[in-house]
Design a protein around this ligand. Sequence first.
Ligand code: SF4
Length: 194
Amino acid sequence: MPADADRLIQMAHGAGAMDAAVISTDHIIVEDKLAKLCKDPGCENYGLSMSCPPHVSGPDGFRKLLKNYNKAIVFKIDVPYTILFSNERNDWFRLLHEIASGIEQGAVKMGYKNSKAFAGGSCRQIFCSGYIDCEVVVRNGKCRNPEYARPSMSGFGINVKKLMKQAGFELDDSKAQPNNKPSSGTLSGLVLIG
Ligand code: SF4
């Protein structure tokens, strides 16, 4: 795995990740209360895509899934808040999903056939905002973007902040400006390798 992990990390950097690391899946913390935030106070995309609650298996499903994996790749992209609060934000979330799915598919090609990627944000907003609804949820059809769209970590209660720490990534607050406000936010993804 070490040489393969190095290749996957290089792949992540090549695709645009600003940092990437291998962690043990024992260090992935899942909390029910975090998944509940999708519904209450709620995300505007709650229930609108097949990649978000209540259509995903949630914390219990993720804990069961984790038993099949020992290693994972975590990666991140730092994006200035001026972009995250602008119309350009979707481009960056799209990149996040492309990196996650790229690492996953790279791992599959290397023989880790059950590798699974998770990203952030709602694929409904990122990939299907030009459509009236999600093809899978509403018509039980096929996802329009199976190549790139991946489920959001939020819906599974994954503690992303702890994930970042486990990966050894610098946290936003360490980049605080003189006014004590961080200038950028971190988008992150997770790929279970197995
Ligand atoms: S069809 Fe669109 S909204 Fe539905 S799961 Fe696929 S990318 Fe997400």
